[in-house]
Design a protein around this ligand. Sequence first.
Ligand code: NDP
Ligand code: 2IT
Length: 451
Amino acid sequence: MKHLDPTLQPVFEEILARNPGEAEFHQATRELLDSLGPVVARHPEYTDAAIIRRVCEPERQIIFRVPWVDDAGQVQLNRGFRVEFNSALGPYKGGLRFHPSVYLGIIKFLGFEQIFKNALTGMPIGGGKGGSDFDPKGRSDAEVMRFCQSFMTELYRHIGEYTDVPAGDIGVGGREIGYLFGQYKRITNRYESGVLTGKGIGWGGSLVRTEATGYGTVFFAGEILKARGSSFDGKTVVVSGSGNVATYAAEKAAALGATVIACSDSSGYVVDEKGLDLDLLKEVKQVRRERLSSYAEARESARFVATTTGGAVWDVPCDIALPCATQNELDGDHALALVRNGCTVVAEGANMPCTPEAVKVFAEAGVAFAPGKAANAGGVATSALEMQQNASRDSWSFAHTEARLEEIMVGIHARCLETADTYGAPGNYVAGANIAGFIQVADAMLALGVI
Ligand code: NDP
Ligand code: 2IT
């Protein structure tokens, strides 16, 4: 690991000491600090006001008990989290993750990333994240509903359209947002549409929000390709995951002329040389909520490779890789395999899916690499568009909303490149995203005083 700037090293040591055992949070803060050397050199006012130390400390962290009763009548117990990280630019904004791996360190890393991602969108939203170690897999709709109701029975007192606006993430989609919104509405006796995003189209949701993260990632990757005189047309693409982000990344890449030949879930991956059948994928994953092997069983051109074989979806040769599953799913060896097989563009649909070693491999090999806080910002940007529609009691067409999303992604891409140039790291999307997002938040924090 390279050395940090001497003014930043003590900041990182303080983060390690104050947040023991939170490896993902350490990784995310370290990655930001790695980009900030040229910024502290040019802006001593940030150091004088302890902006970096303050931005790494959440404004508020809420941890709560979530008891609920399963279908067999047994009492189950989970832990709920909401980390309200930074509200310099607007109400806290960020998703809820329901996954058994969730603990404070994961929610803090996600909330931290969200601050700078949200700044990059140019929308008036601060950063936050929440969730639970609840595992929705194998649970009935009634169990998921009772869990969501119990979760919201505590969360409702902390959120609001001007305070904190949660949305979905891993394990939280339209079904869960419905149950959460219903319980919020019941407790508060307010139809406060702007308190949650990712709502259904018939009750305050925005068209394109479902597709937005995946589509946005592909718009961003499309800008990278364009800058290199290329496009998605005729390219092969591998996505990881087969959830919300992966499915719609695959859909947009295919619409732009690419062949998406593989995707994955935690049980394994499928390779489908004919290109993924996205209707079948949606049926298997979203409607039947089954494992990915069911896709291969239903389609002759596809084969399933189980995780237990030790292989990974990154072994499949491709031109463009879009990691859309979870943090640290693509390591240095996976990156070497991608490079060996001729991959030239990697854009993160997920949050921090590539390990620092993988990012280093891409940099050394000249692979264009777009970090999640830039490339997957389309989801939260469209959440902010949903909030706009709610505030104005309006609803926009699919075409208009998608055009806004594309414009935002094109803008983020340009801002990353410009900022990277200005700070002496031309073409480096990691530096560009970190510095541009940070400076916007830092300037607002300076203006707002020591709070
Ligand atoms: P979903 O729950 O819809 O899908 C998650 C997918 O990733 C599933 O295929 C899941 O497989 C796989 N996955 C999750 N955890 C693991 C794991 N530990 N190991 C292997 N595979 C795993 O979530 P989303 O698509 O919404 O989220 C995917 C990523 O995108 C996350 O990093 C999220 O933070 C990020 N993101 C999401 C946004 C959104 O709007 N939804 C916006 C921006 C970023 P399985 O079904 O087997 O668990
Ligand atoms: O990681 C993310 O940006 C999200 N899960 C979406 C957050 C949001 O508020 O739409």
